[in-house]
Structures are given as C-alpha cells and as structure tokens.
Design a protein around this ligand. Structure first.
Ligand SMILES: *Cc1c(COP(=O)(O)O)cnc(C)c1O
Length: 417
C-alpha cells in the first residue's frame, strides 16, 4: 500500500474564495468576458494570455468556475492540470481524438465500459479511420503483441466492469512508453483509491457522474494530464474540447466542487460496506467477485497500487447462477426490502443493482461476453451507505432466502463456482 494520501493534495490546494470573501467560491456564469485593452483579445487568441493570468475569453473555452474544479481534480489526481467536460464519454472521446489521427492505432482493454467499447469498436474506426485492437490487458504478452509503431494510445480502466480486474498501471505505462504511446486510464471506479498519474499514466479520464459527484444528479466528466496536453485540448484552433464543445456548465462545476471535500469519507464507507457484504456472501458459498477478497486475481496488485485508507472500491459482483435468478433477487431487493434500486450507473449514496449481461454490457455480443468472461447470472452491486450496515445485510440475507439462495456458511452454493 502507498502511504501518500491524495486527499492531502486536495486539501493543500489554494482555497478559492468567493467574490465577497465567501468561504465557497463564486459561480461565474458569464459566457463572455471583457478586457481592459483591445490588444488583450488577440493575445488570448494566440494563446499567450490565458486563464492562469486571469484572462478569460468565452464560455466554451475556459470558464473560471469550471477551471477551479479542474484545479481541484488535478490536485486530487496528482496531475499538472485538468479540465472538466459535460460527460465522461465526451472526456474520453475528446482525449482519443486529440491523441490519434486517421491511421493511428489504439490498443484497448477488452473489458471496458459499454459506451467506450461501442465508441472504439464501431464509431471511431468508421468515422475517423483510427484502428482499434482489443486485448486482455492483464496479459502482458498480448499487450506487447498488439502494440506497434502506429500505436498512440494504450487505453485501460483502473478497475474493469463488471469483473473488477485491476490494471497494472506501472507496467502498462512502461510498455506504452517504450513504444512512444501514451497510457490513458479511466479512473471512474477508483477515485482516491488509485492515483494512475502518480503511477506513470499520462492521462486520466473520469466520469464524474459516478462516485466523484456521488448523488446521481449530474452528468459530468474530466480530463487530467500535463498542462501541455490540457492546453492542447482547449486550443482555439486545434483543440478537441474547444472544437467539439462538450462544455460543463459552471453551476454543475460549483455543485461538484462542494462534494469533493467529503469524497474521502464516502469512498471509505462505500468500500467498507462492499468488503463486508462481499466477504459474508463468499462465506455463504456464493461466487463473489471483489478485489478486496484475497481470492480475487488482482487482490495483491490493488494492495500494492492503492491507498488502503479508501478500501477496494464500492462495487462488487455476485454470480447467482442464471439471469432469471439475478432478476428475481434484484426485484425482491428493490420492491420488497428497499435495499436499493435496479438501475444502471454506480457511485450513488443508495445501492444500485444491475445484471451486466443484459444491461451495461449489452453492446457486447454473446461471444464477446464469453470472451470477457461475464457470466449470465452476474449481479453487479454498487454499494450505498444509507441505513445501517447490519440493516442492509439483513435485507440481503432475507432476499437471498426468498429466491432460494439462503445458503448457510459451509454449504455449497447453488450458483456456479
Ligand atoms: C459511466 C462511465 C463512463 C461514461 O460516463 P458518462 O458520464 O455517463 O458519460 C465512462 N467510463 C466508466 C467506467 C463509467 O462507469
């Protein structure tokens, strides 16, 4: 485990005061900004004056409130710079379009978020001629074989969905860099738990929609990286964020910035509850996938790369044997017990449950599901922190009994092993 704590970098960042000395920053909603001298405008267009010097131009370019949230996220991720976007998908697509031209190659993990998979599998190759190869990024031989001289990006998620494999970021960074490619990491599942840039990644992308915002009331994203890279995305003539325009509203930036101070408390509690539920379900003989459990193939890797105080993540998966059992269990948990909601997404204060084979990974064919080793009876649970832990556990135990999975410790499970 690493002993540096990313929350300290966030707290050490210069505090943003409000316009009248308020303890919170002000929200700047203006979409255009004045200058005192006419000569300043051309200087902003040429890029010699910018937000660091207090020169703002237009709301699709830098906005002071969005920029302040970007500075906070950069501190949290240990990046030189960051900027925020209207969604996680827009952050991902802008980064890939900025780094790759027609004919360039992206080597991507074969178990990634469904939207990213669809973007890489069909959309980008068809629209832009970018060549994408999917590999099992847990297999260094496969990664090495896929990298070639046209490879610009090696793309992984810190923790894959729904099998929760952990990327060996230092090793993947070294492999990418040896070929002159950049390692881009989607850290949506692991804010504070893993700091990919501190481990050698070049760019981190986030869906802030999930744990970072934590209230399932805003769609938002971010890109963290070098100052040079973030400025290139915002370049008035050549920047993917500037030209495609997935702009974050400053009101949303303000709301998300007010939730960063308690992100550490939230991640620790999501992780604490996920570990208790995962261990108890495993002890009852069910097949549980959670990197906090010693039996998970990446348990040791996450112990080595992660910050222990934030746990092993708020998401675990349990295989209940068939998609029908998965549906029955989720219906009882939602409609009888109010244990949580059947809904996609994750990182909410309430528990969210999905059956990945039929929802978030539905972009994948049966063959691709098999290749990604996603069992049909898998239920993915993003553990919330409302109610007490024991109250929630009793609800889970009762629901398992109702659907015929009320297995006592030591007995073999009905689900596949
Ligand atoms: C949700 C999610 C995204 C997409 O983010 P949006 O904010 O919905 O655009 C990307 N990657 C991962 C891992 C996600 O969970």
């Amino acid at each position: 485990m690493r002993d540096d704590d990313p929350i300290e970098s966030l707290a050490a960042m210069r505090h943003e005061f409000g316009e009248y000395g308020g303890v919170n920053m002000s929200i700047e909603t203006s979409t255009t900004f004045t200058v005192m001298r006419a000569s300043t405008l051309p200087a902003i267009f040429q890029g010699t004056h910018g937000p660091e010097g207090g020169c703002y131009l237009y709301g699709r370019h830098f906005n002071p409130t969005v920029h302040a949230l970007g500075r906070q996220l950069a501190a949290l991720e240990g990046a030189e710079a960051a900027y925020c976007t209207a969604s996680g998908m827009s952050a991902i697509s802008a980064v890939l379009l900025q780094l790759c031209d027609c004919g360039d190659r992206i080597v991507a993990s074969d178990t990634i978020y469904g939207g990213t998979f669809a973007l890489l599998k069909e959309f980008l190759p068809a629209k832009s001629g970018i060549d994408v190869t999917f590999v099992d990024t847990s297999d260094p031989v496969a990664v090495e074989a896929a990298l070639n001289e046209r490879t610009r990006v090696l793309y992984v998620e810190t923790m894959s969905n729904p099998m929760l494999r952990v990327a060996d970021i230092p090793r993947l960074a070294a492999m990418a860099h040896a070929r002159g490619a950049r390692l881009v990491v989607d850290n949506t599942f692991c804010p504070l738990i893993v700091s990919p840039i501190r481990l050698g990644a070049d760019v981190v992308v986030h869906s802030l929609t999930k744990f970072v915002n934590g209230a399932s009331d805003a769609i938002a994203g971010a890109v963290c990286g070098s100052t040079e890279f973030v400025l290139s995305l915002m370049d008035l003539h050549k920047g993917a964020l500037m030209l495609l325009g997935p702009t974050m509203d400053p009101r949303v930036a303000n709301e998300i910035s007010l939730r960063l101070p308690h992100l550490g408390l939230r991640m620790a509690e999501h992780g604490r509850r996920a570990l208790v539920f995962a261990s108890r379900l495993r002890d009852r003989g069910l097949t549980v996938i959670y990197p906090g459990l010693p039996g998970h193939p990446d348990h040791e890797l996450l112990r080595r790369l992660g910050h222990e105080q934030y746990g092993y993540g708020g998401v675990f998966s349990v295989d209940v044997g068939s998609s029908q059992k998965a549906s029955e269990l989720m219906e009882v948990l939602q409609n009888r017990d109010r244990f949580g909601f059947m809904a996609v997404s994750l990182g909410y204060f309430e528990t969210l449950m999905t059956s990945p084979a039929s929802t978030t990974s539905s972009e994948m064919s049966d063959e691709e599901l098999r290749a990604a080793r996603i069992p049909p009876g898998l239920v993915r649970i993003s553990v919330g922190y409302t109610g007490s832990l024991e109250q929630r556990w009793r609800q889970l135990e009762d629901a398992l009994a109702i659907v015929g999975l009320g297995i006592r410790a030591g007995q073999p499970a009905g689900g596949r092993q």
